[in-house]
Design a protein around this ligand. Sequence first.
Ligand code: HEC
Length: 261
Amino acid sequence: MDGRADTIEKQVLGPLFNPLEMANTSTAQFVNKVRLASYWHDIQKQLNIKKTDDDSVIIDIVVRAISSYERSQEFARFSSKYDSWLQGKAQLSFMESKGFRVFERADKGNCAACHTLKKKNKNDKPLFTDFTYDNIGVPANSSNPYYKIPKKYNPQGQKYIDYGLGKSPRMKSGKFLGMFKVPSLRNIELTAPYMHNGVFSTLKEVVEFYNSRDLESKWGKPEVPYNVNHNELGDLKLTELDIDALVAFMKTLTDGYENEK
Ligand code: HEC
């Protein structure tokens, strides 16, 4: 989300060794686990791996296997009610289609300004992201564990702040502090909690935040006060019905709709 990995392969490596994710402490430790796994014998035979092969060969296989799966049709099914609707095979309910209009219209939710419905090629499916980065002013999540961060970012040992793209290891300047990649909204119903720090637990809360961030103090200050987007969100003037409709629309993006063959 902070732009540090520019290929799926590089992204796969991150969570394996991140102390807050899978927390492997060395490649040797990780490779040992793979060698003990139930699938190892099969992989070894199929790919003709020798006992003498280096750890890096094994890491490479794991990375390629996960990336291939992530590129496969099973992983990106595009089988939601929304997709059926696009093909004329399903009808949206009143709330869902109202939500779609609120999502799209610049004078309503304006969500599609970032979570875009545009496609590069005719046969592409909308991905609900324009792949840009933005700071939408998400508040800090006080229930996140304190996390030891490099001293140069945190000389006073303060609470962890995620600066996003601005402090991604690949960026030379802090120009983009607080900006995160616009995430896809496909299957969003299934992936709570929301935002990079998991501060919101329901989709309704997310929409209420977009709607009244700049009006209500209950949302708290942005985790990173720089570059906050005030033009496109924060005071949307949505009604309660608009809010519920947006949530209903987002739930049409879940794969596995009954028409799936
Ligand atoms: C200016 C660009 C922009 C607009 C407009 C926008 N979003 Fe977002 N959205 C983002 C970014 C960036 C994030 C990730 C923020 C983060 O993690 O801190 C995000 C995150 C989300 C998430 C959480 C995704 C997750 O996986 O945790 C939801 C849900 C969402 N947006 C829905 C909406 C809806 C509904 C609207 C319209 C009311 C909307 N967005 C308008 C940029 C935008």
